[in-house]
Design a protein around this ligand. Structure first.
Ligand code: ADP
Ligand code: MG
Length: 365
């Protein structure tokens, strides 16, 4: 089912006289396509959870509308929306078995939705199978690993056959390996069930790997909505460029003169169509090509071998980060000299306005 957000806004009033109100979510409009997994990505405090709580009905928007398909659900209570919600801390009932935990939401159904004991049991086992915990049904949560507990929480969210699945940083409490495995599992379950899903995370790699679409947020304001690769390859502003990618994008001061980009005194690249101005330059680590005659010369500090690739750590006086880091195929040899010179891959170089950090585009030949 498609989810439509129309000018969704949430303002929290300030507490006490001096404190100011917080605009947690500011005029968020977006149509989530049916059956897709959308990653909601941004740093802590940017309004991800608030957005999710408004969609679930746990919080009431200050302004704007939410539609599930054709239904306006803005004023509907959480129970009547048909959403499954999974939080970061799994919040299972500790005194109940896995089976009882999963059955719990079904036991509260009333009226036309009420199920027979047999139906409830079938649904619970179906959900448990989907997340592969059907062998653990008689255990208590304390007898499960973190990853297993989180799967129970997901099964509990799925058992009511929700129209929408909302996951709020569901992997944060898991160790690195389990995080990877559980995220693949969530993707598989989402594809199998075809439930429209919103996955909240502050981890760009997680969002990139799991999402059909990514929404990048900053201070309550949506910055960019696009497919993961498009957000990485074509960021709309400096914030988005910096937020995605490991190692992060290199940021330097630059200047455009006569459609050439200068970093320091060197003209490093042609930038057709860009007016003369000072700019911020973003260069992806993979955007450097070792080139003894290349125009960008950095002071070499360190070469880190990473197997398939090598990472060259250097410094440049125009860099806005402590170091300039490039990723080079390990077939290359970095000369044992004091400096390292590069030419640049134009499609890996982005220019941003010094005024408002928005993207300044140029034609890549
Ligand atoms: P995220 O999930 O992206 O970390 P949140 O949606 O939790 O961010 O919070 C967004 C902003 O709203 C933050 O500045 C946070 O302090 C504020 N906020 C969240 N909930 C409340 C609340 N109940 N009362 C007041 N401010 C809140
Ligand atoms: Mg949050």
């Amino acid at each position: 089912m498609e989810i439509v957000l129309q000018n969704l806004t949430k303002i929290f009033p300030g507490r006490g006289k001096s404190s100011e109100e917080v605009i947690a979510v500011n005029d968020f409009s977006f149509t989530l396509p049916d059956g897709k997994l959308v990653g909601l990505l941004g740093p802590s405090g940017c309004g991800k959870s608030t957005t999710l709580y408004m969609i679930s009905g746990l919080q009431k928007p200050s302004a704007g509308k939410i539609l599930f398909g054709e239904d306006d659900v803005t004023d509907l209570s959480p129970e009547n929306r048909g959403v499954g919600l999974v939080f970061q801390n799994y919040a299972l009932y500790p005194h109940m078995t896995v089976k009882q935990n999963i059955l719990f939401p079904l036991q509260n159904l009333r009226g036309a939705d009420k199920l027979s004991k047999k139906e409830m049991m079938e649904r619970a086992y179906e959900a448990a199978k989907l997340v592969q915990i059907d062998e653990l049904m008689e255990r208590k949560p304390s007898e499960l690993s973190g990853g297993q507990q989180q799967r129970v929480a997901i099964a509990r969210a799925l058992v009511k056959m929700p129209r929408v699945l909302l996951l709020d940083e569901p992997l944060s409490n898991l160790d690195a390996r389990l995080r990877l495995q559980t995220r693949e599992e969530i993707r598989r379950i989402q594809k199998e069930t075809g439930i429209t899903t919103i996955f909240v995370t502050h981890d760009q790699e997680e969002a990139m790997s799991i999402s059909d679409l990514i929404v990048v947020m900053k201070l309550g304001v949506v910055q960019q909505i696009d497919e993961p690769q498009a957000v990485y390859d074509d960021p709309t502003n400096l914030f988005v460029a910096k937020f995605l990618g490991t190692p992060p994008i290199n940021v330097l001061e630059g200047k455009v003169e006569g459609e050439k980009l200068y970093i320091g005194e060197s003209a490093v690249m042609d930038v057709p169509g860009v007016a003369d101005q000072e700019v911020i330059v973003g260069i992806r680590p993979e955007g450097f090509v070792l080139d003894a005659n290349g125009p960008l010369t950095c002071k070499l500090s360190n070469v880190e071998v990473m197997g398939r690739d090598i990472s060259v750590v250097s410094t440049h006086e125009k860099s806005l980060n402590p170091t300039v880091r490039s990723i080079i195929n390990a077939d290359n040899k970095v000369p044992a000299t004091e400096t390292v010179s590069y030419s640049l891959k134009p499609h890996k170089v982005f220019l941003f306005s010094k005024e408002d950090e928005s993207r300044i585009r140029f034609e890549v030949k």
